[in-house]
Design a protein around this ligand. Sequence first.
Ligand code: SAM
Length: 381
Amino acid sequence: MAPIRLPSPIEESLPTINPKKLYGNNNNGVDKVRDAVHKDTFEVKENELHATKKSRNVTFENFYGHKPTRVDRRFDVTLSDHSYLPKIENPRADWVVTAATNAFRAYQHGDLGQVKRFATIGTGSGTDVIAALDIFPQIEAVALTDLHEDVVAAAKSNVLASTEKSDDAIRAVASTAVARAGDVLVPLKGEKPFDLIYENLPNIPLPNAGDLDNGQASSTYVGDRTLDRIPPFASTALLDLHYVALWQAKNFNLLSQTGAVLSSMGGRVDIETMLKLADAAGFVGRVVSLAWKEQSEPENVIGGYAEFENNGLGPFYFYPTAALEKVFANYKPASAALCRQQIEIKLAPHRLDATTALQRYREGERIGHTVVVLASVLKAT
Ligand SMILES: C[S@@+](CC[C@H](N)C(=O)[O-])C[C@H]1O[C@@H](n2cnc3c(N)ncnc32)[C@H](O)[C@@H]1O
């Protein structure tokens, strides 16, 4: 199928901007870079976004990499046209497998807090909720959000499908799951506080007039966040929605006293920038899981980063998967989090900027990136 060109709100070409000039009291510079990128050919490769089959059978152990303890061993996952695709045939490229599951296990086994009330933002197919039901033994209530009604409805039906043979307690949690559509945490405003909020929101902004129907199923999001007052350093790193999620969790009072937000981010920028993001939003962050992932939707995502890089942002980091595999071979995700400096040093010689990574991908090389999950708790006031 031919690539779809996203409509651009900007008619005139803008000059390339040096990222050093972007740090200031407002983020106008970043907005200009974004507009310039979207003036360029930002194409969404539709075949990377939409499933040919709308329903897949999942064997829990094959996908998540460990045996289930509380949810069913096999279940069907059904997708709507807007659902983000779980990478069932290639778990190494899947966010829930490489980020959510590892972070939930690190949180549970590290005894970091009891998770009775769990929420996930941008759930996609709902496989993150299924992981949470399996990993957190005290779970009593779950909530899930995404941008479209059909996505959250499909996700909830997948959660129900994965617990058909589970015990009554788990089935009760699944059947009472709150599933709401809307932006970031807005659909959960007014809910009782949560012990854990997981988010895996996208980094690449769509043009403000972008095609939500196509773009939302990928790793892009609607670009106009001017009302969110995002710090310029976060926008320059393309981490805007992660900041918004933290800010809303705090300001909508959605966290219990010991509650944490798990921010799942592709490590295309320094971990220090991510920790600074938590600090700027009023949190203390700590890395709980560090792993790697094969780049999903590579044409769209590496291509998106390359466009931003060409317009003065970045550089953004990618690696050949062979190097990631070798460097991470002796680390579990929680121990990698502890040893993150060692890992960053070992990975440094293999680092590719997005432009080079895109070229290498097009030449047939498998490209990946690190996956960082921060657990952030509110700063003492
Ligand atoms: C990278 S995907 C992750 C999906 C799922 N958590 C997974 O790992 O398979 C990002 C998800 O965030 C959703 N999303 C994008 N912008 C959002 C927003 N502003 N508010 C809520 N969800 C959003 C997308 O529709 C998509 O399902």
